[in-house]
Design a protein around this ligand. Structure first.
Ligand code: SAH
Ligand code: SF4
Length: 362
């Protein structure tokens, strides 16, 4: 079987330059093509009007252009938007655009956050999360990751100024494609978003956390902790059996030392599972070992799962333990519940055959 064509949006400037030189083109053409892709947002090679027609034809023959077809957009009462995209092989993924909340960030905030998926499904099977319910089918390519940003900006006519890799999938299990995509999103010739406006979240893949610490980019890192003892964590996150807390926390400490950066520990509050006073005390002990602030999130209901969100009083009592211990901690009010777009509510989707959009021409 012939190899699938290389996707133009998976390439760095240098790589494209090398390929164009091999095709007998002058080096400056690569910059020109990148400008069309990321600054002018050309919809096709044909639209790159200052390139010679023969080159445009040649580019279309060499490279794939667009793999993400919008299928559906759902709007939440709170203005969160959830986009469903179909990929070239028919797989479906979701991205969520979350406008700034004046309550959280102040009236003047113009923060527009995009929550990006990195895999189709997820292999990690955390017991509280919708994304892993139907297993994993594949990694997204760099172009499919970058493509979510471009497509959502195009559809919403908004500039995204914050990206969180907290959609479907485990970002660090798709390390190479993710790093490539972040490089393109960050590059001045690419999307041009500063690394500090990019956060990735992991369920705790210790070796990849260490690998990330060695990367030059200063992206922010969030760890899905959700349990501060092995007993509690292993009960809800199977990954903890592979990388128990001691191993994970060592990797986290390595990261904070290397990067001179604080981490965020995400901690979902699930009634009767990890919200007891002794759980809060254990969390305090963990937080003292690593430079991390804690982000508590009341559990978001997932259809078909039994878990419950604790009462407000119980949430407040949990937070009070952290505050009393002077651990920097916040309780995050999530958005997009009514359209199942909040954290952990994205699940693998399938379409009835009639709803399948036509495959694009290029
Ligand atoms: N796989 C990565 C990133 C995607 S999940 C990770 O696990 O970190 C993004 C965030 O949503 C994680 O912190 C995850 O633990 C959280 N999450 C999953 N299910 C949730 C639920 N039902 N309610 C609230 N948060 C949830
Ligand atoms: Fe996968 Fe993250 Fe959901 Fe766990 S929480 S199943 S790692 S997407």
């Amino acid at each position: 079987m012939p190899d699938a064509p290389l996707h133009i949006k998976s390439l760095t400037l240098d790589e494209l330059g090398a390929r164009l030189t091999a095709l007998g083109q002058p080096a400056y053409r690569a910059k020109q093509v990148m400008q069309w892709l990321y600054a002018k947002r050309a919809p096709s090679f044909a639209a790159m009007s200052d390139l010679p027609a023969a080159l445009r034809t040649q580019l279309a023959a060499e490279f794939a252009f667009d793999d993400l077809q919008p299928v559906r957009t759902l709007g939440s009462k709170d203005t969160t938007l959830k986009y469903l995209f179909q990929l070239a092989d028919g797989a479906l993924i979701e991205s969520v655009l979350i406008p700034a909340s004046p309550a959280l960030y102040g009236e003047a905030s113009d923060r527009r956050t995009l929550c990006v998926s990195t895999q189709v499904g997820c292999a990690y099977g955390c017991k509280f999360c919708a994304s892993g319910l139907d297993g994993w089918s594949r990694n997204l390519t760099a172009a499919e990751i970058v493509g979510q940003v471009l497509r959502v900006e195009e559809l919403s006519r908004e500039r995204i100024n914050n990206i969180v890799f907290m959609g479907m999938g485990e970002p660090l299990a798709n390390f190479a494609h993710l790093m490539r995509a972040i490089g393109i999103i960050n590059a001045p010739w690419g999307v041009g978003l500063g690394a500090r406006h990019i956060t990735l979240s992991t369920s705790g893949l210790a070796p990849q956390i260490r690998e990330l610490a060695e990367q030059p980019l200063q992206v922010r890192l969030a760890i899905s902790l959700h349990g501060a003892t092995d007993e509690v964590r292993s009960q809800i996150m199977p990954v903890n059996r592979k990388y128990p807390l001691a191993v994970l926390l060592e990797a986290c400490a390595f990261y904070t030392q290397r990067k001179k950066q604080w981490l965020t520990f995400e901690y979902i509050l699930i009634a009767g599972i990890n919200d007891r006073p002794e759980d809060a005390a254990a969390l305090v002990r963990v937080a003292r070992k690593v430079k991390a602030k804690i982000n508590c999130i009341p559990y978001n209901q997932v259809e078909g799962l039994e878990w419950q969100r604790p009462s407000n009083a119980r949430q407040d009592a949990f937070m009070a333990v952290l505050t009393a211990a002077r651990i920097p901690a916040t309780l995050r009010r999530e958005k997009g519940h009514d359209i199942a777009a909040a954290c952990g509510q994205l699940r693998r989707q399938t379409l009835p055959p009639a709803a399948t959009p036509a495959t694009p021409a290029c």
